[in-house]
Design a protein around this ligand. Structure first.
Ligand SMILES: NC(=O)c1ccc[n+]([C@@H]2O[C@H](COP(=O)([O-])OP(=O)(O)OC[C@H]3O[C@@H](n4cnc5c(N)ncnc54)[C@H](O)[C@@H]3O)[C@@H](O)[C@H]2O)c1
Ligand SMILES: [Zn+2]
Length: 303
């Protein structure tokens, strides 16, 4: 059933009534870093928040901290579903994986309340929001509001920071503006399609990936031609529009490698070569380099 016309308009008008909105129920699905932080933030805003996770440990942590009211028994009767599950392969953090997300969508499609909003906060490749909407047959609204959470700077870069927001249909966007914008007080940057929102996050992280890989490339070069990388970096960064990043231990974690892979996957049959793909090769080279490289002065001492 498509939600259109007067029915939706009435519903949206009613949702703007804040007292009523605060009595609405949120289900946070996936209670890891961003799910936990979302639940904490929403509870602090006075909302009723329940949680669901395949890991009982994650659920217990959220219950013990008092940031969710209860563990969801099923997905029925919620007004807002916020999906925060991992989107990488369980056995390989660098590879995108969406089976878990689609299983959640099927479960919501069977049990979810008509007219409720499904917000996808997890990072997803292009086309995913649209597929979720198809699974739900648009009986519920769907929006993608990618997260920009940074665990080490939660005050400035936590749940409440400018977030891009994209949907396939205007009714979904209106619902998102009420929930994320008005109810949660998150500044939104609406874009015209879900595809743009999906790509925004993936490109942000690919950009970061390339910046780090460039630093790694320079570090390999410096080591091989006997130049002090840190001195070179400081010298270059003294120019007003340049910021060469640090070269550390390789590009890890469950965000940058997988998100940049989502972009590379999109290039297939579109581009002959890609800066992001080259950056991935550099990162592999760099990892080998830091394992094997012995600085000249140590090499001399050892011989
Ligand atoms: N952590 C960040 O800084 C950050 C920032 C922006 C975007 N993201 C994105 O947000 C998503 C989640 O990241 P995270 O850091 O919170 O990951 P996380 O590993 O900390 O947590 C993910 C949680 O999802 C649960 N989960 C996985 N599959 C599930 C399923 N099928 N059903 C229910 N629960 C499931 C896991 O048990 C885990 O508790 C990813 O797509 C990630 O790329 C993360
Ligand atoms: Zn809609």
């Amino acid at each position: 059933m498509m939600l259109v016309g007067n029915q939706l308009l009435e519903e949206i008008k009613m949702s703007v009534n804040f007292e009523e909105s605060y009595s609405k129920k949120v289900l946070v699905i996936g209670l890891g870093q961003i799910g936990y932080s979302n639940a904490k933030y929403m509870t602090s805003k006075g909302l009723w928040v329940d949680g669901h996770d395949i890991s009982q440990k994650a659920v217990d942590r959220a219950l013990d901290a008092g940031i969710i009211k209860s563990q969801a028994i099923n997905f029925a009767s919620y007004d807002y579903y916020v999906i925060c599950i991992s989107t990488h392969k369980p056995e390989n953090m660098s590879m995108p994986y969406l089976d878990g997300l689609y299983e959640i969508a099927y479960q919501i499609s069977k049990q979810g309340k008509s007219g409720a909003l499904v917000g996808i906060d997890s990072t997803i490749p292009r086309g995913t929001t649209h597929k979720v909407e198809e699974i739900l047959e648009h009986r519920l609204h769907v929006v993608h509001v990618p997260h920009r959470f940074y665990i080490n700077e939660q005050r400035d870069h936590g749940v409440n920071q400018t977030r891009v927001c994209g949907a396939s249909d205007e009714c979904c966007m209106q619902k998102a503006k009420i929930f994320y914008g008005k109810l949660l007080g998150i500044p939104l940057f609406p874009v015209s399609t879900a595809d743009v929102a999906e790509l925004t996050k993936v490109v942000e992280n690919s950009y970061r990936y390339v910046e780090i890989a460039f630093a790694e490339e320079l570090k390999i070069l410096c080591d091989k031609i006997n130049i002090d990388f840190e001195e070179l970096r400081s010298a270059i960064n003294s120019k007003w529009n340049i910021n060469i990043l640090e070269a550390q231990k390789g590009i890890g974690g469950h965000c940058l490698p997988k998100d940049s892979q989502m972009l590379v996957d999109l290039y297939k049959n579109v581009l002959y070569s890609s800066v992001v793909e080259a950056a991935k090769k550099i990162d592999q080279q760099y990892r080998l380099h830091i394992e094997q490289f012995v600085p000249n002065h140590l090499a001399i001492n050892l011989s």
